[in-house]
Design a protein around this ligand. Sequence first.
Ligand SMILES: Nc1ncnc2c1ncn2[C@@H]1O[C@H](COP(=O)(O)OP(=O)(O)OP(=O)(O)O)[C@@H](O)[C@H]1O
Length: 380
Amino acid sequence: MTPPDAPDGATIDAAFTGRLGQFQLDVGFQVPMRGITALFGPSGCGKTTILRCMAGLQRLPGRLALGAETWQDCGRGVFLQPHRRPVGYVFQEASLFDHLSVRRNLTYGARRARDGDGGAALDFGQVVELLGIGALLDRAPAALSGGERQRVAVGRALLSRPRLLLMDEPLSALDRSTKDEILPYLEALHDSLAIPIIYVSHDISEVARLADRIVVLARGRVVTEGPVAAILERLDLHPAMGRFEAGVVLTVRVVRHDAEFYLTHLEHAGQELVMPMTDAAPGSDIRLRIRARDVSLATERPTGISIRNILSGTVAEIVEEPDTAFAETLVDIGGARIRSRVTRASVAELGLEVGKPVYALIKSITFERRNLITRAPREG
Ligand SMILES: Nc1ncnc2c1ncn2[C@@H]1O[C@H](COP(=O)(O)OP(=O)(O)OP(=O)(O)O)[C@@H](O)[C@H]1O
């Protein structure tokens, strides 16, 4: 299945300004018309409102263009009504018709598309295969698990032949293990679809795993926007990004598998890493997420230590957090950077400063399978 890709350089250009009760929205962003763009930010920052504006469900002054197609331009009196916008919308809770089978729920979406406006066409069989819902077709929605319901909701949205897929915290109502079950399907969507996805989430590990780009929001405004790897290594975004889950994504090459110890050996810029065995093929690139709190620093290469991943690098940045015990550091390991959260006391004791050679110590165990993507990130 190789749907046509968006024309090179085509962008989604969105800008909305307006007041809703006490809330003031004033946002503008331009993102590639391909891949997954995450809208990330704390509760109440305006993520859902932006999606609703994009779908035309909320009418605020502004502008929305997909490539050469303008859906809204208040300056020119253009406002495409919601039912005329070829948008697939997936909500937190799948809103399926309970009296229809899964098959009829899916074809309901497909029927709507016949007099629709085109969009990246996927046929019924392709959608069913992509989402692994073939065995569910004759069931009633009441007989589905939460994860299965969400997959059917995504399938229904896709069969409406959207030109834009809007997903509003599609995993947040699911428990951890159901999330893990559904994430690979969302990754598959990313890899097979030409349809751009705007993905709302306040879970940074989900965003790190799925998204190509992040628009960081706070209090109705865009704090910053850019490729996921570049945004995640920014130490100055603490207030907007949260501390506990802070970390980076690192693209590494799979070198070989070690069946005896059940490990996979990886390589990044000439340095070796290991992780619990994955099924990714040797030679392929995978994406790891490494949390700052899982990385320690040493000024000499330690010996007699159980940690397998010891990467040499130099300190690129240090941000001490006033009135706390902690400092965030960025270590350049040759082309990529790793974040490490250490105490300010360690910074002082080890004499850490920009340019100082250090070793970043990462426990193998932190490379969890759910933090993996078997592809290199697309950066537009
Ligand atoms: N129609 C409305 N009238 C008044 N206030 C509104 C309206 N719609 C949204 N708001 C307010 O706008 C703010 C942003 O809401 P929004 O749902 O977009 O946030 P969010 O970032 O999606 O939050 P969450 O992550 O909790 O879903 C909130 O303070 C909300 O109460």
